[in-house]
Design a binder for this molecule. Structure first.
Ligand SMILES: Cc1ncc(COP(=O)(O)OP(=O)(O)O)c(N)n1
Ligand SMILES: Cc1nc(C(=O)O)sc1CCOP(=O)(O)O
Ligand SMILES: [Mg+2]
Length: 569
């Protein structure tokens, strides 16, 4: 197979070059329209047309800009051709969010703009047909679309333009959500369009995803009230030409399950899931179809794509059950499963400040057990004594217990404005929405933790050398912990770096530093006296938590630190 490098070479050498025999008529048409001076003829040998288009686009740009296409990472790409929903629960906006949630690139061709909210559709303005055509051509001629997904197609002209453009620029799969009526009952594509759907669009589709009303409309008002009716409808719709039909039974009366029927012309698949009782169902159809398109773009077969899509929508609906956006009967749901954490309580995470490292309390499950204390009680006492940041370092805890304790500690910390970090366990930090994590050199790399946690969370990294400190900075950490400053019994086989090692790392570090290891009331002053501006505090385990009174010991340490010159504070 010819490589991009080969084409680049040809261009640079100003030679004629040859691709072999496109069997695909539209590929031939596209290629013959090219204005490339040294293109003799084109041959396509087992190349996917989308890839060919990428290469040709490169050639088309001319010899002045020749890039090596092989080094580029191909990202699965869905193009949605649909209407805009100003309330952002459905339409283009839902498609973008669903694709983002499924980690697929999504481009958009807007067919209509609706004025819409949770009450209903207040207005619709169709985009002029030639401008829909222009958007389609812009995206399809350049951006290596894998799958096209359609939503609101408000005029016969737009349907025809879409179908003709897809013949010129074929894609891997076409997912048709035959949107006709919004969830609020407003008509988004009139009955006049039905015959164009049947005759032109459906035969081109790899899968269509009608709900009961849409399936009934496409079948001239056929009554659909049972799962058997859905099967019959799927078979009849399949006769119209789509390769697969998914009839969605969300509106099926008297069913405690959400039942969908998928028919591929050979087999029926009955997909059942528990029905989720929520008002926040606006946009489920668009999102399901987009998710199917996203999975197809990744290369999954139709049955898997539909199953994943159904599971995705259910999970998002379940997560969004109590979300309250808008006052109408049908609210949007949270595609990215991220919204609730902001609204749950009034104590939000505040931005990290290096001065938070001043008195850093690190818990230890064994010590708490020895003294018969819960983690939450220990944390509360440390905060009352003056701890300015807390890390849960629960090496022996069962995950379930750890998570419960973390949630309880988070409530305490948030109500006192003290950040709570989780040691090692990024999963637990995500699950309880902690303020961040502390990771060591053999834990999850900080840059991976950053990707998982997002930009606002606090990430600390243990460093014993200047090189590690530099890497922590590159990886997007917020601070480093440097130790062991003194020998410690809390962490087995820990190398001691001493005050000199601490000073070397602090001097090299672009990040604020907290010192750790064998530090307590008796030596915290000496640590802080090394006099490096970015040394912001001390992190302590046994000197607080392996003592009879955590409160008293924390207070003592606090006053020692106040008496020292901490990081110029
Ligand atoms: C503030 C702070 N500094 C260093 C460490 C040690 O982390 P790590 O090297 O990952 O060792 P464990 O704590 O996981 O045993 C820390 N926890 N906190
Ligand atoms: C958890 C930890 N990390 C260290 C490091 O050197 O990175 S030393 C250490 C244990 C600190 O406990 P104590 O305050 O009881 O000495
Ligand atoms: Mg660790």
């Amino acid at each position: 197979m010819a490589s991009a490098a080969f084409f680049s070479t040809c261009l640079l050498a100003n030679k004629n070059y040859l691709f072999l025999a496109p069997t695909n008529a539209s590929a031939k048409g596209y290629i013959s329209n090219l204005r490339v001076p040294n293109l003799a003829s084109i041959v396509l040998r087992n190349e996917r047309f989308v890839r060919l288009r990428g290469l040709v686009a490169m050639v088309d740009e001319g010899a002045s800009k020749v890039s090596d296409d092989d080094s580029r990472m191909k990202i699965p790409h869905v193009l949605t051709v649909a209407g805009s929903d100003s309330g952002a629960g459905a339409g283009i906006q839902a498609d973008l969010k669903a694709c983002a949630a499924r980690r697929v690139y999504c481009s958009t061709v807007i067919t209509a703009v609706t004025a819409q909210n949770t009450v209903g559709v207040q207005g619709v303005s169709n985009v002029p047909e030639d401008f829909v055509a222009e958007q389609l051509k812009s995206v399809l001629s350049d951006m290596e679309v894998d799958v096209v997904k359609t939503g609101m197609l408000p005029s016969i002209g737009i349907v025809k333009i879409l179908c003709n453009t897809l013949k010129e620029f074929p894609v891997q799969a076409l997912v048709v959500d035959p949107v006709m009526v919004s969830t609020s009952g407003d008509v988004l594509a009139g009955p006049s369009i039905l015959s164009t759907f049947r005759e032109v669009l459906l035969p081109m589709a790899d899968i269509i995803t009608p709900n009961l009303k849409e399936a009934s409309a496409l079948l001239n008002g056929m009554q659909l009230e049972t799962v058997d009716d859905m099967r019959s409808a799927a078979r009849l719709l399949h006769n119209m030409g789509p390769k697969n039909v998914l009839v969605k039974g969300g509106d099926l009366p008297d069913s405690s399950d959400a039942v969908d029927i998928l028919y591929d012309g050979l087999n029926f698949y009955e997909l059942r899931s528990p029905r989720i009782r929520t008002r926040n169902t606006h946009g489920t159809g668009c999102s399901l179809a987009s998710c199917i398109a996203a999975e197809l773009a990744k290369g999954y077969p139709v049955v898997s794509a539909v199953k994943v899509a159904k599971r995705y929508v259910e999970t998002a609906l379940g997560y969004s059950k109590e979300i309250g956006i808008g006052n109408g009967p049908q609210g949007p749901f949270d595609h990215l499963l991220r919204l609730k954490s902001h609204s749950q309580d009034c104590h939000r995470q505040r931005p990290f400040s290096p001065s938070d490292l001043f008195l850093y309390a690190v818990t230890d499950s064994r010590m708490n057990k020895r003294w018969g204390r819960s983690i939450a009680d220990a944390v509360k006492a440390a905060i009352d004594g003056g701890a300015t940041i807390v890390q849960l370092r629960e090496k022996d805890a069962e995950t379930k217990d750890f998570l419960e304790s973390a949630k309880a500690c988070l409530r305490i910390c948030r109500s006192h404005g003290v950040p709570l970090l989780i040691n090692d366990r990024v999963d637990v930090a995500i699950a309880c929405d902690a303020d961040g994590v502390h990771v060591g050199q053999s834990d999850m790399p900080a840059h991976v933790a950053r990707t998982l946690l997002g930009p606002e969370k606090i990430i600390g990294v243990s460093c014993k050398t200047p090189e590690q400190a530099q890497q922590a900075w590159v990886d997007g950490a917020d601070y480093i912990g440097c130790g062991g400053v003194y020998p410690t019994n809390t962490k087995e086989n820990n190398t001691t770096v001493g005050l000199d090692g601490l000073k070397t790392v602090c001097t090299a570090s672009k990040l604020p530093v907290v010192a750790i290891g064998g530090i307590g009331v008796s030596n915290a002053g000496a640590v802080m006296e090394i006099g490096v501006p970015n040394l912001k505090g001390v992190a302590v385990v046994s000197a607080l938590f392996d003592r009879e009174s955590i409160l008293t010991e924390t207070k003592k340490l606090h006053s020692v630190l106040l008496g020292s010159n901490v990081g110029g504070t």
